[in-house]
Design a protein around this ligand. Structure first.
Ligand code: URA
Length: 252
């Protein structure tokens, strides 16, 4: 393998973002062949011994990108102190140490991206990186056009107003209504809190779109590897990505 910048090697190993790795180099935490590394230095991960805080930085694993259709009742985490089921338990044939990109609540179902590409995971989950996330939402009560407008324009939550969203009204039975909501922020329990703030408790929540990724054929609890083209597209996403673009229609 050719020489690469140290920050790139550290990021590829999934230890930190490139920027963070640079700060580790600056503060003398990184060594190459027993010598403290300097900023701008390159090394060969095959032949040089690189350490961070004395721990060797291994060869990067094969990168894997997985789309899981998360069932309700699974925690979006690698382990759970309360002993509840975690999403990684569903990845029966995956030996790489993948992490979830963002999170879905315990009872939320739907598309969850998981990868061992630490750099991409950090980039996608960063608040400045506007990835569209589309949800099918069942709320209690009959939703009015005024409520739809409020959801679209932004709802005041305790951590500030939400950014404009794309909202479509779906079926309504009187006691329940379905909505399709696309947001690009990723605040904690955001969709539930937006609906609750307007007087509509959420009784079911399912993510049906993550950026351009959708998958009607993926059964609940199943996963698939992304295609090379999908991985390339994900890497090309940038901050100019705006909500409401590039998604197919879904029935709600
Ligand atoms: N919004 C929520 O309220 N919960 C989720 O799991 C995802 C988005």
């Amino acid at each position: 393998m050719a020489k690469q910048r140290l920050q790139k090697i550290i990021a590829a190993a999934g230890l930190a973002s490139r920027r963070k790795a640079e700060s580790w180099i600056e503060s003398g935490r990184v060594t190459v062949n027993g010598r403290v590394a300097t900023i701008g230095e390159s090394a060969d991960v095959e032949t040089d011994t690189i350490t961070v805080d004395g721990r060797p930085v291994g060869r990067p694993e094969q990168k894997v990108y997985i789309l899981l259709n998360k069932p309700s009742g699974y925690v979006t985490s690698l382990s759970d102190p309360e002993g509840r089921a975690v999403v990684t338990e569903l990845l029966s044939d995956v030996t790489e140490r993948v992490v979830p990109v963002g999170r879905l609540d315990l009872t939320t179902e739907g598309l969850l991206l998981m990868t061992n590409d630490g750099e991409l995971a950090q980039q996608l989950a960063h608040p400045s990186f506007h990835v569209d996330k589309t949800y099918l939402v069942r709320v209690r009560g009959e939703v009015t056009p005024t409520t739809i407008k409020s959801l679209e324009q932004g709802v005041m939550l305790e951590d500030g107003p939400t950014a404009p969203a794309v909202v479509e009204a779906g079926r309504s039975s009187g006691s329940h209504s379905w909505l399709k909501i696309t947001i690009h922020e990723g605040r904690n329990r955001q969709v539930r809190r937006m609906c609750e703030a307007l007087g509509y408790p959420v009784s079911r929540l399912r993510r049906i779109g993550y950026a351009f990724l959708t998958d009607d054929k993926l059964d609940v609890g199943r996963y698939r590897h992304l295609t090379l083209r999908e991985v390339e597209r994900l890497k090309k996403l940038n901050e100019k990505h705006k909500p409401g673009r590039g998604r197919g229609k879904a029935k709600c």
